[in-house]
Design a protein around this ligand. Structure first.
Ligand code: GMT
Length: 382
């Protein structure tokens, strides 16, 4: 198949999922065209037939605000027409599903391109903060040929928030279990924990929903009982506040803010436990990548996290904001090496058995094939 993929190219989870999906599809023989405003972060190494088309923004002085939705739709039309795309798979509804709808309408009836929309989280939940988006997002979702969500939580949330009757198929986040595999001879271990301390890790885009200050507070409790270090990977709006808090608590020397990193499997391999106390998390891709490297997770019970983290087996779950309980769980695991090893094995097994690339990519391929077989059924406004 010839597949167009649009995503946010930055370090957010939806962009990572879209990029890893495109790379895996290309390895399986499909031609994949990424359409975005910048090169997606994980598109640094590719195998197979992968092309990248950059959306150009008009600089005309009359346009005080960038016309991204329009520019994206124009680029989609161009690529779909001249590369004869079969499918346009957009990740994150706002504004990608709207641009895809426009492109589909403009291309029809000479070309019946199928639009697949994958909902990732804040594209749906953000509407709670911006109610005026609702009609646009609902319409764009309903006009897609197929819709997927990354968890049952998000599927139900979308049904109820938008009153949508269209079927939303759950296709979870996935992980390359060969790449995200524990590497025992890891140089990061001695860098992070030179005296054999335990290593707690957090990976995110440091947005407020991630509750990074809670990570620092949990660690503050843990380090009083367990010789340990905290490693934070990523960057974003709450980084300064989290650094300030670590200084204020007097624990800065035991906390390392690494910023954005590409050697994630290596960093995770040097870690004993991941903390994910999010306020909102439709799936939790970073937690899955940690689990694939044999790192158990202590998380909040929010969103789709309970569909990933099995309480008492691959980690522990506590109510969002309950710093003391999360710290208690972390201490329980880190003070018992046999339990920690068992949880580590369980976490790896769950990632391999339920969320490996080999299991999940064929679900997307099947979805594309089914959409393509529904010839003409969705062309034009319903
Ligand atoms: O994690 C983020 O805030 C970024 C966001 C995105 O859309 O880029 O991630 C969402 O999609 C990921 C991939 O499907 C999920 O694993 C994350 O849970 C989800 N984030 C939220 O729901 C806050």
């Amino acid at each position: 198949m010839k597949i167009g993929i649009t995503c946010y190219p930055t370090y957010g989870g939806s962009g990572v999922v879209a990029t890893e999906l495109g790379k895996a599809l290309a390895v399986r023989g499909h031609q994949v065209h990424f359409i975005s405003y910048a090169l997606p972060a994980r598109l640094d190494t590719v195998q197979g037939d992968v092309l990248y088309h950059e959306v150009e923004m008009s600089q005309y002085p009359l346009f005080d605000f960038p016309l991204y939705t329009d520019s994206l739709a124009s680029k989609m039309i161009d690529v779909a027409k001249y590369h004869d795309l079969d499918v346009l798979h957009v990740h994150y509804a706002i504004p990608h599903a709207t641009s895809a709808f426009l492109a589909k309408q403009i291309l029809s009836p000479s070309k019946d391109i199928k639009v697949i929309t994958t909902l990732h989280g804040t594209d749906v939940t953000l509407v709670g903060l911006e109610p005026s988006f609702l009609p646009l997002v609902k319409f764009s979702i309903e006009q897609s040929d197929s819709v997927t969500s990354v968890s049952r939580f998000l599927q139900m949330k979308t049904y109820t928030m938008y009153n949508i009757e269209k079927e939303i198929q759950v296709i979870p986040n996935f992980v390359d279990v060969e790449r995200f595999k524990r590497k025992d001879d890891c140089q990061f271990r001695t860098r992070f924990a030179p005296h054999g301390e335990k290593v707690l890790v957090h990976v995110s885009n440091f947005r407020t929903v991630k509750r990074v200050p809670d990570v620092v507070r949990i660690f503050d409790v843990v380090r009083k009982s367990i010789p340990s270090k905290l490693v934070l990977v990523g960057d974003g709006p709450d980084r300064s506040e989290s650094e300030r808090l670590a200084r204020e608590l007097g624990i800065y020397d035991d906390v390392r803010f690494l910023g954005k990193q590409t050697l994630l499997p290596e960093i995770l391999s040097a870690s004993d436990l991941m903390l994910m106390p999010s306020q909102s998390e439709s799936f939790g891709l970073s937690a899955l990548e940690a689990m694939s490297c044999g790192v158990p997770v202590v998380s909040s019970s929010t969103g789709g996290l309970p569909e990933l983290v099995v309480h008492g087996e691959t980690g522990y779950i506590a109510e969002m904001g309950d710093v003391q309980r999360m710290a208690k769980y972390a201490i329980e695991l880190l003070s018992d090496d046999r339990k920690l090893e068992l949880f580590s094995q369980n976490a790896r097994k769950r990632a391999v058995d339920k969320f490996s690339e080999e299991l999940v990519i064929p679900q997307y391929e099947k979805l594309y094939e089914e959409a393509l077989n529904e010839t003409g059924a969705t062309v034009g406004l319903k």
